[in-house]
Design a protein around this ligand. Structure first.
Ligand code: ADP
Ligand code: GN1
Ligand code: MG
Length: 357
């Protein structure tokens, strides 16, 4: 179906009237198809949900609504000051709309905001990390076990390794021959899975965001302050080390996640320090010493695990992440492995920064 026809169905369903309705893509997310649906009075973010990634969209919406309500209650008592991402219902009160077998939902557009893919200053790293810290802190008294596991084993490295080995053994597109070096590199890191499982066993289970990459928060266009934490689709029970690690992964390199300028892929220590301070601030009352000590492992494990997921998807024929060309996932994987190696090389300095904060 053409965009014009999709725009018409969505406008009717979500009650946007008039001839001036427009529909255009926004953002750089890798999973859903995200568009801005707009008329003179109203703007909505409409998303075609990726049902390969989220086979149970109803569960995803139920999780999000629970979190929205919790944050709204917090906001009433002054315990959460960021904008809250809100699902919008159709004229008949539903959250999901099916169009030719595809599932769409709508979110209130948070205007006067922008998202970024690379962090360009310590100030912004601190602002963004503090936003994710405020989000985590507001969920501190939220019972994580209420949430559906929309993607089971999302940050389970042992399972990610199994998936990688399984796809590699089938090598459906014959791409393994093109990435032998990366495959050997991955295999040499597999002991991380046991290391992280041992640490997890000592940590409290939290309601986590699980996808704290920099473009999943919005900055305010006028002030460059934090506006909102978005993309709540992977909020599930988990551990803060992964949320910390995903920020390190996406804030600290001066290069975008898919940059091929590997010589410049590295962790910027001053950005790392600003991130640690920004995240720790709102969490100081609840962060345990064991959790704080686990952060360095999160910083190592996330670039490695996401790199492994990109490589797995490359071998599988790019069925999971959206890609612009056939080498895209391989380029992303190489980039993430370069970042991982720099973090491993600087582990002592980075641990010191965490301890000192
Ligand atoms: P994906 O799951 O594919 O990553 P996201 O929910 O993160 O999709 O949305 C992709 C991008 O769309 C975000 O990075 C942001 O730029 C923009 N976006 C999403 N929701 C909103 C919103 N409610 N208001 C403003 N911009 C949004
Ligand atoms: C995906 O949806 P998006 O683009 O915010 C992915 C994350 C990865 C990230 C890598 C549901 O995040 O897990 O870390 O790409 N989300 C899902 O950039 O798999
Ligand atoms: Mg996103």
């Amino acid at each position: 179906m053409k965009n014009r026809a999709i725009a018409e169905v969505l406008s009717q369903q979500f009650g946007l009237h008039g001839d001036s309705v427009s529909l255009r893509p926004i953002g750089n997310g890798h999973i859903n198809t995200t568009m801005l649906l707009k008329n003179k009075q109203r703007a909505l973010v409409v998303q075609k949900l990726n049902t390969v990634v989220f086979p149970e969209p109803e569960q995803l919406v139920k999780n999000a609504i629970k979190i929205e309500q919790h944050l709204e209650n917090k906001a009433k008592d002054g315990g959460y000051n960021l904008a809250i991402i809100r699902h919008v219902t159709t004229v008949s009160g539903d959250y999901l709309v099916e169009i030719e077998g595809e599932v769409w939902r709508a979110l209130e557009f948070i205007g006067g905001s922008y998202s970024e893919d690379v962090v360009d200053s310590e100030l912004k790293a601190g602002v963004a990390a503090s936003a994710f810290g405020q989000f985590a802190s507001a969920l501190d008294d939220f019972d994580a076990t209420q949430l559906y596991h929309v993607i089971p084993d999302f940050h389970n490295l042992a399972m990610r390794i199994e998936m990688f080995e399984d796809i590699l053994s089938r090598d459906p597109l014959g791409r393994a021959a093109l990435c032998q070096e990366e495959i050997s590199f991955c295999r040499a890191q597999f002991s991380l899975a046991q290391e992280v499982a041992d640490v997890e066993a000592q940590l409290p289970l939290r309601a986590c965001h699980n996808d704290t990459k920099i473009n999943n928060m919005l900055f305010c266009s006028e002030s460059n302050k934090a506006r909102a934490v978005i993309d709540l689709d992977t909020c599930m029970p988990g551990y803060w080390l992964y949320d910390f690690g995903d920020m390190v992964r996406t804030f600290c390199s001066p290069e975008a996640e898919d940059s091929t300028n590997l010589a410049n892929v590295r962790v910027r220590e001053e950005i790392f320090a600003a991130l640690v301070r920004g995240y720790k601030g709102p969490l100081s009352a609840s962060l345990t010493d064991t959790e704080k000590r686990s952060f360095i492992l999160g910083a190592k494990v996330m670039p490695f695990m996401i790199g492994l997921r990109f490589l797995t998807d490359y071998l599988d024929g790019d069925n999971y992440f959206s890609t612009k060309h056939s080498e895209h996932n391989l380029q992303r994987a190489r980039n993430q492995f370069a970042l991982y190696q720099d973090i491993v090389a600087k582990q002592a300095q980075l641990s010191h920064i965490i301890d000192a904060a």
